[in-house]
Design a protein around this ligand. Sequence first.
Ligand code: C5P
Length: 222
Amino acid sequence: MSGVPVITIDGPGGSGKGTVGRQLAQRLGWAFLDSGALYRVTALAAIDQGLDLADQSAIASLIPSLDIAFGSGDSVLLGGEEVGDRLRTEQAGNAASKVAAHPTVRAALLQWQRDFRRPPGIVADGRDMGTVVFPDAGVKVFLTASVEERARRRYKQLIEKGLDANISALSDEIAERDARDTQRAAAPLRAAADALVLDSTAMSIDEVVERILAEAERILRC
Ligand code: C5P
């Protein structure tokens, strides 16, 4: 499926990647790959099976048997069961970042992500979309924002979903997750050399979407 256009959006949690990526995909009529959801589902399945999150070979062996599917919006199905809401908690995000540090887990999820590539194009959101999974992507974006702004956004998202949240605990968790994601040996969070780096701290979602669309029009002519 190489040849099918890809826009990658990598960056730390809360930088707006998911919202921006979904809107972009909708505007272009393309599919949206939420790769973070794959790591979250994997962590959830491991926890459900009572596995130790440090046991990378047990978790990697579990992956081929997982039946993961994306529904519309935030919907994610594991074995046909809706798990979207369970995935969006901070606990699931932290557990995901633990399993994501294992190279064998990353390797087991690699082909699933590449197989997701389909015409007319995809927008892929994650940490290593432009560096590892789709290094041939035509447009690569690295989206950042300050820790304080990301904690504020996450707080708002959680409260809107009716979930419990505490802004200073969120800040701490975000900083801890950033450290784990950027310092790990396997596919650490970093901007691809050819990525457009955007700091969204003072930008609206619409501004970020328009900026990336302009880049896509210029490079991909779409
Ligand atoms: O993006 P999201 O917050 O859903 O990702 C959850 C965790 O999954 C991240 O903190 C990161 O450790 C991991 N992840 C990753 N590679 C990706 C996407 C997510 O390592 N491509």
